[in-house]
Ligand binder design. Structure first.
Ligand code: GLN
Length: 252
């Protein structure tokens, strides 16, 4: 009996979810608008733009919703989705087993690797050489709760070879690097390139970390997930997605 009541309640919640969405006609996208070229503020319009925002907009157009972008810290995104505060996230978010416990991911639409930003006069070829040059201990800047944070915490902090300074977003981490407060910043390669291009006196090292898959994240009980993911698949198949990516990341 209890189970039956729970089932009915669950169905009512799903229906209420669908009708709330249908009524508002709008999907809210939670992201951290400081992750170029995936999401950043357009210099001219002051509006959030970038690969994730454009893909999300194209999908919303296709399935008949308006899109509202909400800018929050990266580390707050998954808890907020779980709490049902927003409809989904497109945030250059890497698919991880741990995150899958909390949210469901769409198909993968991009890949990333972790890169290391250093002052341009640093001669080290990789992060381990940098650590050696620093005498076996250094300060590493990361964005809180990102895969960069997770890897560096596991590989360096746990080994006692680094103090990890966690920032709310990539721009703040890079600011700390230019101010000499950290020895390097570990962040996804495309934002890393964009930050290096915007700030003089920085350069990139590559890490050997594995390739990461980016996907959009939805609450597990999302009423629009299937429809949204199907539309994403169609935009991948018809070349729309590739055209958006190439607008921001010219083919090499
Ligand atoms: N790809 C990284 C992650 O998912 C960073 C994403 C971000 O900072 N927006 O953890």
């Amino acid at each position: 009996m209890k189970k039956a009541i729970a089932l009915v309640l669950a169905m009512l919640f799903v229906l209420a979810g669908i009708s709330a969405l249908a009524e508002s006609g709008k999907l809210t996208l939670a992201t951290n608008v400081n992750f170029p070229p995936y999401e950043f503020y357009d210099d001219e319009t002051g509006e959030p733009t970038g690969i994730d925002i454009e893909i999300a907009k194209a999908i919303c157009d296709k399935i008949g919703y308006d899109l509202e972008v909400v800018d929050i810290d990266f580390g707050s995104i998954i808890p907020a989705l779980v709490a049902g505060k927003y409809d989904f996230s497109a945030a250059g978010m890497t698919v991880t087993e741990e995150r899958k416990q909390s949210v469901q991911f769409t198909d993968t639409y991009a890949t990333g690797i972790q890169a290391v930003i250093v002052p341009a006069d640093v001669e080290a070829a990789d992060i381990n050489a940098l650590l050696e040059a620093k005498g076996g201990h250094m300060n590493i800047g990361v964005q809180e709760s990102t895969t960069g944070d997770i890897y560096i915490s596991d590989d360096f902090e746990a080994a006692g070879t680094a103090e990890v300074k966690r920032f709310k977003n990539g721009a703040d981490a890079v600011l700390a690097l230019t101010a000499g407060q950290v020895d390097c910043v570990v962040i996804d390669n495309e934002p890393a390139k964009a930050f290096v291009a915007k700030n003089e006196g920085l350069r990139l090292l590559d890490t050997a970390y594995t390739v990461e898959d980016y996907a959009m994240a939805f609450p597990k009980d999302s009423p629009v997930f299937e429809q949204f993911n199907a539309a994403l698949g169609e935009l991948m198949a018809d070349g729309t997605l590739q055209a958006i990516v190439e607008k921001y990341i010219p083919a090499e």
